[in-house]
Design a protein around this ligand. Structure first.
Ligand code: LFR
Length: 489
């Protein structure tokens, strides 16, 4: 049997068909499209209708295949949302989480709600763009929108609603709002009230694996397709990626590597205490009653923005070319803290890296190779730092690190990560989110028994490449320098 996964990332979207034959999953990409956010005046927004249009193009490509998928699931990035009016129409174009409308809002919210209280109630890390701060910003700048709104839907909820006409808030993504309380298993009334965000917008959440409804008549008529069922999957892309980690052991560390790098471990209960808050770890909801104890690391975003900046300046380089230049540059010449907030917004990243180097009295990287080397080595070091914190918080010792996501195509980064952590890296599958999305659909339809069978099948279906650590003493010494330059010890 086959299922369709829409896996939408911050730079591109994909429709992938997953075929399960006894104990093997085969994946075919049927449609891929750019997901270019749109800058308009001071705003930075998702082109949500174009995304929906592209999803329909993906569905059209199913026509003529003799076996239509038995279901469809959608996963996307987190935190962003749409507000709908009573007639079910969008009231605003969803903001991109990198929009500046939340600048300073988190600090303002802290005056009304102490961070300790927010963390105790949600277990979610403090990121300036969390939904809670986006809504607080709207409440201050456009209160009429919240007054007019009838429903709040996260991006995958919204796209699922466009296709089915049914509205439902899915659990894994709901937790990323920092408005969901895992102790009461419901939206946190106190947080909503304190920020004057109307509670009726938020409906009880549904778990991954819930059947939502079929393609609505307007869609089946427009596309000439029968009504295929849609399931809520682990709709936060990172939650889907964690489902697809091909671990055989119950206690494992993962790094979901794409535009963002998300590193952590799967736990049964959220880890909510002072130390977790101090380290700014998060407890995002996972599939099948699990939580994702993890930390966001800025990830390949910094490199993607460098590439974009150079392209604009007429110096286009492919990713493999950039990695090649980095390999030729001197090692450990300069480090950045990839999680410095200066790297969050879109913009001239080479300039910002140079500024960071100058500010911290390091040699300023002079060319593309040196810059890329600095970013990749700093990421590898940050992975070690966060892996050690994950061990501390979870009380576990990991034998190695599972890497999933498109970032594993960067083999040099995988190798440097193994060197930095001094343990093996097991890399694969690259299409983690899409495969996790499919796995939940297979389980929901009784084709796989549970998440552990799914992980075993994924392990058998996709190659996993092992990177053994090399040059341990050099990396160990350089890690000390990284700590000094970035203030992480
Ligand atoms: C990764 C991701 C992260 C989330 C960030 C913003 O694609 O979903 O998990 O923190 O995007 O939504």
């Amino acid at each position: 049997m086959s299922v369709l996964a829409f896996d939408l990332g911050a730079s591109s979207g994909r429709a992938m068909l997953g075929q399960l034959n006894s104990r093997t999953i085969g994946v075919t990409e049927i449609h891929r499209f750019p997901n270019d956010p749109v800058r308009i005046g001071d705003r930075f927004q998702w082109d949500i209708l174009r995304i929906y249009h592209e999803m329909k193009q993906g569905l059209l490509k199913l026509k003529g295949k003799h076996n239509l998928p038995s279901s469809i699931g959608i996963d996307t990035w987190a935190v962003d949302f749409g507000l709908l009016d009573q007639g079910g129409e969008l009231l605003m174009n969803p903001y991109h989480y990198r929009d500046t409308h939340t600048d300073g809002v988190m600090e303002q919210v802290f005056r009304e709600l102490p961070p300790g209280e927010i963390f105790d109630r949600t277990g979610i890390q403090f990121l300036s763009f969390n939904t809670i701060y986006q809504l607080a910003s709207l409440q201050r700048k456009k209160p009429y929108l919240l007054q007019e709104a009838d429903r709040f839907l996260m991006i995958p909820d919204l796209l699922r609603y466009f296709l089915t006409g049914e509205m439902a808030n899915e659990f894994t993504n709901a937790t990323t709002t920092q408005l969901y309380n895992p102790h009461t298993a419901s939206w946190d009334d106190h947080l909503l009230k304190s920020l004057k965000i109307p509670h009726p917008l938020f409906h009880p959440v549904v778990q991954p694996g819930t059947h939502i409804g079929g393609l609505r008549p307007a869609v089946t008529e427009e596309l000439g397709l029968p009504s295929i069922p849609l399931y809520a999957v682990a709709e936060h892309d990172t939650a889907s990626a964690v489902v697809a980690v091909p671990a055989l052991e119950r206690s494992f560390a993962y790094l979901s590597c794409g535009t963002w790098s998300l590193m952590g471990t799967e736990v049964d209960q959220p880890v909510i205490h002072e130390r977790a808050r101090e380290l700014n770890f998060t407890n995002e909801g996972g599939a099948y009653g699990t939580y994702r104890l993890l930390k966001n690391i800025m990830g390949l975003w910094i490199l993607q923005e460098c590439q974009r900046t150079w392209g604009r300046e007429g110096m286009s380089h492919s990713f493999p070319e950039l990695v090649h230049m980095a390999e030729a540059a001197p090692a450990f010449a300069c480090f950045i803290d990839p999680d410095d907030s200066m790297f969050l917004p879109a913009g001239d990243m080479p300039k910002r890296v140079r500024e960071y180097a100058a500010r911290t009295n390091q040699g300023v990287p002079q060319n593309e190779g040196a810059l890329v080397r600095c970013i990749m080595e700093s990421l590898a070091m940050q992975y070690r730092y966060v892996l050690e914190l994950t061990e501390e918080l979870s009380g576990r010792k990991f034998q190695g690190l599972h890497m999933v996501g498109g970032g594993i195509h960067n083999e040099t980064l995988c190798q440097w990560t193994a060197n930095a952590i001094g343990k093996p890296v097991w890399a694969g599958p690259a299409e983690g989110s899409a495969i996790g999305n499919m796995a939940v659909q297979f389980i929901a339809q009784g084709e796989l028994s549970d998440i552990w069978e799914a992980r075993a099948v994924i392990r058998e279906s996709f190659p996993v490449k092992t990177y053994e650590p090399q040059d341990a003493p050099l990396w160990e010494e350089a890690y000390g320098v990284f700590g000094q330059r970035t203030g992480k010890r």
